[in-house]
Design a protein around this ligand. Structure first.
Ligand code: ACM
Length: 276
């Protein structure tokens, strides 16, 4: 049985204060000594409600080259853990709401959020690549970001591509995700780690309230760790990776072998019904 310790860091985030936020996460990472994998929230260092393109340009950085990449790579090695962290990515003329995965070996991967929520559409381009699954010392980790949860196709693709664990950096404002992740976990038999934030952001007459309740959900839909709605919390849970790799439901059913993709043409766009 491959046992690993996984978890999340839930905090309030000070808008625009990248260095102060970074130091706060570094403290939590240093304290979570047993963690093999730690997930930080979406846009973890910048804050969420970026008011305009000028602020976006100032707060964003390129994948693999900016200070957030350097800090993540160094911290993953220093604390011998895999880190997943949401950040604002600049790439040429475009910006993405992205998450990096940093391994203790120095390897660094990137995922660009596919499903943009509300005003994010005014700022970011959506990701166009295959959802990311990478091999890490904590198992095969797939990544989706916040509102991607609303589209079960993402979690399904990650599971089919071999993810044992879905790392889910989030800045949730709708009330349903934490409960919906029950379904994402059991229907794919994967562990899910939702790293949400707490607190409020007020910009231009609008206020967003973030809903906390970060969690580690087991492959059987059991919450192995749950944070409060409005307090900082770093939560850890010990998990068995074999529970995610075995997709047998009973003697007759297998989660993946029993799928009928040819009859899912309305999703895949590939009609494979037999001719009548
Ligand atoms: C969200 O996708 N941050 C709601």
């Amino acid at each position: 049985m491959a046992q690993v310790v996984v978890g999340y860091v839930q905090q309030d985030i000070v808008f625009g204060a990248k260095e102060a936020n970074r130091l706060m996460y570094e403290r939590e990472i240093a304290l979570a000594k047993s963690a093999d994998l730690l997930v930080l929230p979406e846009l973890a260092l910048t804050g969420y409600d970026i008011p305009d393109l000028e602020a976006l340009a100032r707060l964003s950085e390129p994948f693999g080259e900016g200070p957030t990449s350097t800090w993540l790579v160094e911290s993953a090695a220093k604390y011998n853990t895999t880190l997943v962290c949401g950040y604002s990515e600049s790439a040429g003329e475009k910006f993405y709401n992205s998450a990096m995965v940093a391994l203790p070996s120095g390897e660094l991967h990137n995922y660009r959020k596919i499903h943009l929520y509300s005003r994010e559409k005014d700022l970011f381009a959506h990701g166009e690549e295959r959802p990311l699954v990478c091999e890490t010392p904590a198992g095969k980790v797939g990544v989706m970001i916040c509102f991607d949860w609303f589209f079960p196709e993402v979690a399904r693709c990650l599971a089919i591509d071999g993810a044992d664990i879905i790392a889910h950096p989030a800045n949730l404002v709708l009330p349903w995700c934490q409960d919906a992740m029950f379904a994402r976990s059991i229907e794919n038999r994967v562990y899910t780690i939702t790293a949400n934030r707490i607190g409020k952001e007020s910009q231009a007459g609008r206020t967003l309230t973030f809903t906390g309740r970060s969690q580690v959900m087991s492959t059987r839909g059991v919450r192995l760790s749950e944070a409060p709605t409005d307090q900082p919390h770093t939560g850890l849970a010990k998990i068995e990776l074999d529970e995610a790799s075995n997709k047998r439901i009973n003697a007759h059913n297998d989660l993946f072998e029993d799928r009928k993709p040819g009859q899912y043409a309305s999703i895949s766009g590939k009609e494979t019904f037999p001719a009548s």
